[in-house]
Structure formats: structure tokens, C-alpha cells
Design a protein around this ligand. Structure first.
Ligand SMILES: Cc1cc2nc3c(=O)[nH]c(=O)nc-3n(C[C@H](O)[C@H](O)[C@H](O)COP(=O)(O)O)c2cc1C
Length: 382
């Protein structure tokens, strides 16, 4: 496209460069935008369906989802599976768009959540917490391979992509349908040490091209598109343009969707994001065994001072948690925050959370991203 010097006299809409669709095998996501799965209860049917209605992929955070449903008398894992199926069904009544689930492999009931997602016909399952992806012993990989549901892994480095794809290729004779690469600026659990997360040389911009290169070999071998999706600190339409130019086929965003009316967390949780200053966004230790990024508050100060040691463990939700020695119960803390009791918990948040100033509707946010993308890819004025 050639643009004359007098770009201001041209109707910008004539020049619009729209966000391109994203293909995951035969599945078309009209907008190359995933709303990151956020547990406990931050992304449920409300948020995910709103994103799906705009053409993105809405993702339900599954960890501890049963805790949000009225007590059903079931065991913890059964309650989660029932609640997840109900939440997917609810989302389906709110949108004809695409709905996925996000499952941390560190959960004790990850296999039950995978089966519940497949039973409920989720369009996509995203598996997180990398090191466990090498040995999902109780997952029926054949069921996953033959299902219409796409399987996507979330990783943080080119090295883990290399190791994981080699392992899946040799062990299962298939590879994931797509890869989300989550960089050091992401919210929630991060696949980086505290030091690496603070190191300005460790950047998503450098990791994406390395992953794209590795994946290209598997795209050739399997003769299928395996899109790479960039996550962690993506905030504007210009950011999306930058990652697409680096070889990503889409982006995943979490933090920006917290500051929306449709986000399923309490207003207090959203307010914690809106009120946060840059220095309030900190990296904390988590019983999951990975560092996490969150908004500091008195509860987290108490954790640091050893005042929150749990006295019992109701749910045994994490494979990695030794509750007798863990500094706090993360399920309870995240559930409390979701409900608005931030004196008994805390809000996970990405590095950019301090930039959120007001609540918007998902439709407004997505329009802003589309406009920002379009502006960023317009040829420069002469
Ligand atoms: C409140 C919150 C909860 C999150 N929970 C999860 C989760 O349960 N599982 C997961 O894989 N990622 C989780 N994440 C990460 C997001 O899915 C997303 O990939 C990440 O936040 C992207 O970075 P951004 O927030 O800078 O956009 C969470 C993030 C936030 C902010």
C-alpha cells in the first residue's frame, strides 16, 4: 500500500489495517487475542463470554472453581469438575464465540479438570506450569489427541519449548496445537526466578523469535500451523503489532481484562488494580513452587512476617504444597480476594497493573486495541 504525504486528509478508516485472525489448526479465532485464564474465579463465564463475543478467545480459570459454587457436598475435585462444566455451559448461553479453559498442571485435580473440559466441549485447553507437562501420567493423551478440543501449552523459555516438544513428539507422536509464551512481566505465577524477572535483559521480545524458530521445524514435520502467542505485559494495540512483527500470531492478555466491568472478581479486587502504584506490584513466593506477581498489601506483609501459616488443609489442591510448612494457604487467599476480602488475601497482577485507571467494558477495551493496532501499522507520515 502506498500512502501519500498528505495522510491527514485521508479518512483513516480507509487505511485501517485490521487485526488478522488467528488459526489454531482448523480453528479460527477471529481476533488474535486470548484473554488469559485467571483463577480463582477472576475469569469465569462473564469475562470469557464478553471476550468471545468480540471475537477473541475467552478462557475460564479453573483452579479452585468449585469453591465459588454453592456447597454441593462433593469432594474438592468432584466439585471443581461439576462447577467447571456448569461454567462452560453458562458461557455458552452468553456467546457463540470460543471458550477455553486454563489448567495448572500443579493442581492435584488437573486430570479431572482436563476431562471435564473435554466432556463439556471446550474449544481449547491451556495447560500451565511447565515442568509438569513432561510427565502428565494420568492424562489420557490419546483422548486429547483425537479430540476436537485444541491443546495449548504455556511456557516461559525457548529451552522448555524445545524439551517439551521433543518429549511430546517422541512419547505421544503429536505436539501441542499452539504455544503461549509467557514472559517475565506476566501476572500470577511466572516461570522465572525473582532475579530473572527483574533483569531488564530477560525480555519476551527476545524469547518469541527463538520459540518461533524452534516451532517452525515442528510445523514442517507435522504439516500444521502451530501458532506462537505472546503473553506478559501486552498492554496496547501497538504492543500487539510489535509481537506480531516478531513472529507471534497472537497475544494473551490478563491484567487489562481485570479492569473491566465484565471481569468476574469483586469490585474490591478490581479496585486494588486501579489503586496500585508502580512500586506496589511485587514478586512474591507461592506454594505453587513458582514466584508470583501480585499487588502488595498488609496480608502479604503478614505472610512475609510468618503470621499466616495455615493450621489445617481443607482441599489438598496443589501437588507442590506441603501445608505444614507453607507460609500461607493460596487457595483461601485468592478466594478471599476474589470475593472482596483483601484483608484475608491478595490480587495477582501483571507488571503493568499500575497503568489501569478506570473500569471499561470489554468491548471498549477491544476497540481501543484494534484502533491502537491499526495506528501502529499505518505507514509513517512523510
Ligand atoms: C489475577 C490473575 C490471575 C491469574 N491466574 C492464572 C491462572 O490461574 N493460570 C494461568 O496459567 N495464568 C494465570 N494468570 C496469568 C494470565 O493468564 C496471563 O497469561 C498473564 O497475566 C499475562 O500477562 P499480563 O497480565 O501482563 O497481560 C493470572 C493473571 C492474573 C493477573
Amino acid at each position: 500500500m502506498t500512502v501519500t504525504a498528505n495522510v491527514n486528509s485521508i479518512n483513516l478508516h480507509d487505511l485501517r489495517m485490521d487485526l488478522p485472525p488467528l488459526f489454531i489448526g482448523d480453528l479460527e479465532v477471529p481476533l488474535p487475542l486470548f484473554q488469559g485464564g485467571m483463577s480463582v474465579g477472576v475469569s469465569l463465564a462473564g469475562l470469557s463470554s464478553a471476550v468471545a463475543n468480540e471475537g477473541g478467545l475467552g478462557i475460564i480459570g479453573t483452579a479452585g472453581i468449585g469453591l465459588l459454587y454453592p456447597r454441593m457436598g462433593e469432594e474438592y475435585a468432584d466439585a471443581n469438575a461439576i462447577a467447571l462444566k456448569a461454567e462452560i455451559a453458562k458461557a455458552r448461553t452468553m456467546t457463540d464465540g470460543l471458550i477455553g479453559t486454563n489448567i495448572l498442571m500443579a493442581l492435584t485435580d488437573y486430570d479431572s479438570l482436563i476431562n471435564a473440559s473435554l466432556d463439556a466441549g471446550a474449544d481449547v485447553i491451556l495447560l500451565g506450569a511447565g515442568k509438569f507437562l513432561m510427565a502428565p501420567p494420568t492424562v489420557d493423551m490419546e483422548r486429547i489427541r483425537t479430540s476436537k478440543t485444541k491443546i495449548i501449552v504455556i511456557v516461559s523459555s525457548a529451552k522448555s519449548v524445545e524439551v517439551m516438544f521433543k518429549f511430546w513428539n517422541e512419547r505421544y507422536n503429536f505436539v501441542p496445537d499452539a504455544v503461549v509464551v509467557e514472559g517475565p512481566m506476566a501476572g500470577g505465577h511466572i516461570g522465572f526466578t525473582r532475579e530473572d524477572a527483574a533483569d531488564p535483559n530477560v525480555r519476551l521480545e527476545s524469547i518469541i523469535p527463538e520459540v518461533v524458530k524452534i516451532i517452525a521445524n515442528y510445523e514442517r514435520q507435522y504439516n500444521q500451523r502451530i501458532p506462537v502467542i505472546a503473553a506478559g505485559g501486552v498492554y496496547t494495540g501497538a504492543d500487539i503489532a510489535r509481537y506480531l512483527a516478531l513472529g507471534a500470531r497472537g497475544v494473551q492478555m490478563g491484567t487489562r481484562f481485570v479492569a473491566t466491568h465484565e471481569c468476574d472478581a469483586s469490585i474490591e479486587f478490581k479496585q486494588a488494580h486501579l489503586n496500585a502504584k508502580k512500586e506496589d506490584v511485587v514478586v512474591i513466593k507461592s506454594p505453587v513452587g513458582l514466584p508470583g506477581r501480585a499487588i502488595s498489601n498488609e496480608y502479604l506483609d503478614d505472610v512475609k512476617n510468618g503470621l499466616k501459616t495455615p493450621k489445617s488443609c481443607a482441599w489438598k489442591c496443589l501437588r507442590t504444597c506441603e501445608w505444614e510448612t507453607t507460609p500461607y494457604c493460596i487457595a483461601l487467599a485468592l478466594l478471599s480476594a476474589q470475593r472482596g476480602n483483601l484483608d484475608k488475601g491478595f490480587a495477582f497482577a501483571g507488571s503493568n497493573a499500575w497503568r489501569s485507571e478506570k473500569l471499561v467494558h470489554v468491548s471498549e477495551l477491544i476497540q481501543e486495541l484494534k484502533d491502537g493496532f491499526s495506528e501502529a501499522v499505518l505507514p509513517p507520515q512523510e
